[in-house]
Design a protein around this ligand. Structure first.
Ligand SMILES: [Zn+2]
Ligand SMILES: [Zn+2]
Length: 134
């Protein structure tokens, strides 16, 4: 019986990998937190036939991989950003709806806590108009 020759690896990436890569590329290109719709708009131009459902499925995979983390925006759809960044805050443009990252934290005045309370963190959310919308 002749020995089986190993199957050559396909030259093209499987569809799933391509979709996941397009979604990761959307974050690298934008360099700011993105909503599922924004990811979809960006990935669409790189992968033919990608659907919003596929985008949602890949977001969940990337959350499980700890490559993405959710960013909650008051009264808005959850955005996502690349995990592993230091402590920072966000700016929401009320005109174009884009979310931006703010570098570091300049929260100088710490709110006075009731006696015996210990603070373990804070939330700060800035909104207004971005440079493009001003
Ligand atoms: Zn704007
Ligand atoms: Zn802070």
């Amino acid at each position: 019986m002749p020995q089986k020759t190993p199957k050559p690896q396909p030259a093209v990436q499987p569809r799933n990998t391509k979709q996941k890569e397009a979604i990761r590329a959307a974050f690298v290109d934008a360099d700011r937190p993105l909503s599922p719709e924004e990811i979809f708009a960006s990935a669409k131009s790189n992968v033919e036939g990608i659907s919003l459902a596929t985008v949602y499925r890949n977001i969940n995979t990337l959350l499980n991989d700890r490559w993405l983390v959710p960013v909650e925006v008051p009264g808005q759809a959850t955005r996502y950003e690349v995990a592993g960044k230091g402590h920072h805050h966000h700016f929401h443009c009320n005109t174009c709806g884009k979310l931006f990252e703010l570098d570091g934290c300049d929260l100088q005045t710490k709110p006075r806590l009731p006696r015996g309370f210990v603070s373990t963190g804070h939330e700060l959310f800035v909104y207004g108009r971005c440079a493009e919308c001003r």
